[in-house]
Design a protein around this ligand. Structure first.
Ligand code: FAD
Length: 700
């Protein structure tokens, strides 16, 4: 048994897009069920915690961003514990567990968490529970759920080994041992409550909660049972007959009041969160109509903004949710008449959740505005959300299915029918018509609408007061779980610029348009700390950027071209660009500009490949299909540039396949060149990363 004062621990999270924060909050919430109490803080709030004197066990949840960096919110903490002058036993009192979040589609998997982990170890801190490495590429919950499940025993073991005085930091010994634990709201809670919370539900038990639906639902199910295949809406045995272990119902914590007010015509205020409204002065289709993917070029006019950027930097674009989806959501929530009401959000009194009113939900804005600009309504509902939705579902069979989808037993179905198919709240509400959640629940579970980043495809030396982007319009075909869709931002952008969009090959005429007639977009700079040309122009560079991955290299090369013009005395190193696309005549974007760079010597070597073109008349055998094949063909030069000439390798674009294949090819090239086995080649590549000579700007 744990006495109450011995039941405290601390949770510290470093979150970039809110995932680590929401997992940390989930741990904090669950703590009460195990008779534990947690304090929780973002790593950036350094006045709220002090690891130097922390005697409670600490649970870190840390995500990874950029090129394997800790999230921005953890940077200060990392700098602090990285200080080389700290003694090796500086944190020897600290006992901690760490959950690192990452994505194996990117190099440096979970590196944000791993960095903090190794720094803590270096200062003498000790694990009380093994570090978890969760992979967003396969689904964070695959690791997160069992890791949290095991955490409770580890915490209890750790805490029971610590005396009450250890815990409080003083010598009081007035803790009374008690079989009951208090939950976060101070209510008495005992072990049997905890078991009840696990909701060991049987099919019959769930059905019995709604007698009227039982007959029709079960008859329906029986009629089709011989031909049933699992889908979002229905399960098949054994899941449909299983006793379910479902997560505890997350406590609600928000109160939402809608007031009649005049809120029509609201827009995102310029300057908010660093966004400025800019005009899109040009939009050009870069690909043929029959290309597999449609690439669009945008030019933004930044003349009226105080914005500086370097090639290699990106910009965040704020895009709204689709008006049709917001309308449908309002309709499904039975709130279409209240769309213009002003929304007040406050904390629910007596909620057991330690939470704050989410800052990303603006007060007094209209409901429509919030659903359009503040919440990621396309986000994939987490299991906790699915669990909560089940409690607002009338039909017993629908409720049972929702409970299955969030249950331990239904994990595979959750992955197949929700996570892998990118189902969103609206899809769930369409599939489960008797589900009618209150607005407060929707606000509690939908994350903040995230901006989308786009790499600058220009140099301000060549295009003063302008910044260029290029993007592919993301398309998701229809599937049983949802209709066909375009990506949120790319689909919006292409509609947004339709009035000025020029077809491929036309002479841009947008200069004729008055600025007021140009489409506007909210943009903020997102500078890169490393993805820039070397400051010494004599350093040779190899750039690998198929498809829209070529974007930053267009900026690099424009910059180099200008530097060549203005500084003819300078020595310039070799520049290699490996580009690839499907068809030479359909989607070879920036072809003329790249050929100009090659022609005037800005680019020493332009190496291209076309993955879907038929072999030429000569029927070249083994012609290179992808950029990595061309890298192999030029292995000697690549190896020389990196190993002898101290050059830099830049890779930009698709994280899922290309970046991994290029990395494998690099290992092969280095292994062959230096006659090393894979492990030793990996060490060399790690060294190149460390020296910032192998840099990636990749996205999925
Ligand atoms: P979203 O709606 O956000 O969808 C994106 C992803 O979600 C898909 O790839 C898919 O994995 C998943 N998804 C969502 N819904 C479904 C569904 N129904 N079915 C299947 N999968 C689904 N992109 C460029 O084109 N050009 C650039 O220069 C560029 N630079 C970038 C720079 C940085 C630093 C970063 C981080 C990213 C960059 N990106 C770039 C990627 C860009 O930010 C966006 O992710 C991309 O344009 C897609 O945005 P979206 O809103 O249209 O798609």
């Amino acid at each position: 048994m744990l006495c109450e004062v011995a039941a405290h621990f601390l949770i510290l999270y470093g979150s970039q897009r809110g995932q680590a924060q929401s997992i940390a909050e989930e741990i904090c919430e669950q703590a009460a069920e195990y008779g534990l109490t947690a304090d929780i803080s973002c790593l950036s709030n350094q006045d709220k915690y002090k690891v130097e004197s922390e005697i409670r066990p600490v649970v870190f949840v840390v995500s990874t961003t950029g090129d394997g960096d800790p999230p921005d919110t953890a940077q200060k903490f990392v700098r602090k514990i990285k200080n080389k002058s700290l003694p090796h036993d500086h944190l020897s009192h600290l006992r901690y567990a760490l959950l690192a979040l990452g994505d194996t589609n990117y190099a440096n998997f979970c590196n944000g968490g791993k960095t903090i982990d190794s720094l803590l170890q270096r200062l003498g801190a000790k694990h009380f529970y093994a570090t978890g490495h969760a992979d967003d590429g396969t689904g964070l919950e695959v690791v997160v759920d069992p890791w949290i499940e095991g955490l409770w025993d580890a915490l209890k073991k750790k805490l029971s080994g610590m005396s009450a005085s250890d815990q409080t930091g003083d010598t009081r010994s007035d803790c009374t041992q008690d079989n009951n634990h208090k939950n976060a709201s101070g209510q008495e809670k005992n072990k049997s409550d905890v078991e009840v919370d696990l909701h060991l539900l049987k099919l019959g038990e769930v059905h019995s909660q709604n007698e009227t639906n039982v007959t029709s639902d079960s008859t329906d199910a029986e009629t089709h049972s011989s031909t049933l295949v699992a889908s979002l809406k229905q399960s098949v045995p054994p899941l449909s007959e299983s006793v379910l272990k479902v997560p505890a119902l997350p406590p609600s914590y928000l109160e939402v009041v809608l007031e009649q007010a005049s809120t029509e015509g609201e827009t995102v205020p310029s300057g908010k969160d660093g966004y400025r409204e800019m005009s899109i002065s040009k939009a050009v289709q870069l690909t043929q109509d029959d290309a597999v993917k449609s690439s669009i070029f945008l030019e933004l006019d930044i003349s009226e903004q105080d914005v500086a950027y370097q090639p290699g930097d990106s910009f965040d674009i704020l895009c709204p949710n689709r008006a049709s989806e917001v309308d449908e959501l309002l309709l499904r929530l039975d709130l279409q008449m209240q769309r213009n009401c002003a929304v007040q959000v406050s904390l629910l009194k007596n909620s057991s959740k330690k939470a704050k009113v989410p800052l990303h939900i603006p007060q007094n804005s209209s409901l429509q505005f919030i659903l359009t600009w503040a919440l990621e309504i396309r986000s994939i509902p987490k299991k906790a959300f699915v669990r909560a939705l089940a409690d607002f579902t009338q039909s017993s069979s629908e409720k049972r299915r929702l409970l299955e989808l969030c249950s331990k037993e239904g994990s595979a179905d959750y992955n197949s029918f929700i996570r892998d198919t990118n189902v969103c709240l609206l899809d769930l509400l369409q599939a489960f018509p008797s589900c009618l959640p209150p607005l407060s629940l929707v606000f509690e579970h939908l994350p903040k609408l995230q901006p989308r980043a786009y790499s600058a495809a220009s140099s301000s030396l060549q295009h003063p007061e302008k910044v260029h982007f290029v993007f592919n319009v993301v398309e998701f075909p229809a599937c049983p779980e949802h209709p066909a869709r375009t990506g949120l931002c790319t689909g919006w952008l292409v509609d947004h610029v339709s009035s000025i969009l020029q077809p491929l090959g036309t002479v841009p005429a947008s200069e004729c348009l008055a600025t007021s007639a140009l489409p506007k977009v909210h943009v903020r700079p997102r500078p890169s700390s490393t993805f820039h040309l070397p400051s010494d122009p004599s350093v040779p560079v190899v750039m690998v950027g198929p498809g829209t991955g070529v974007a930053p290299f267009i900026g690099f090369l424009q910059q180099r071209e200008k530097e060549h013009e203005t500084n003819q005395e300078a020595t310039f190193g070799e520049t290699w660009l490996f580009f690839g696309c499907r068809h030479k005549d359909k989607d070879f974007i920036f072809r003329e500009e790249l050929e100009r760079f090659a022609h005037n010597g800005t680019l020493s070597h332009l190496i291209v490949c076309f993955s879907r073109d038929e072999p030429d008349a000569a029927g070249t055998i083994n012609r290179p299909t992808y950029v990595q094949h061309n890298l192999l063909l030029h292995a000697k030069n690549v190896a020389r540039i990196l190993l002898k000439d101290k050059g830099c390798l830049y890779v930009c674009g698709d994280a899922k396949n290309m970046a991994k294949d290029v990395n494998d090819t690099l290992l092969e090239i280095i292994g062959n060149e230096l006659q090393l086995d894979k492990l030793d080649a990996m060490k060399i590549v790690a060294g190149l990363r460390e020296e910032k000579r192998y840099l990636q700007d990749i996205w999925s």
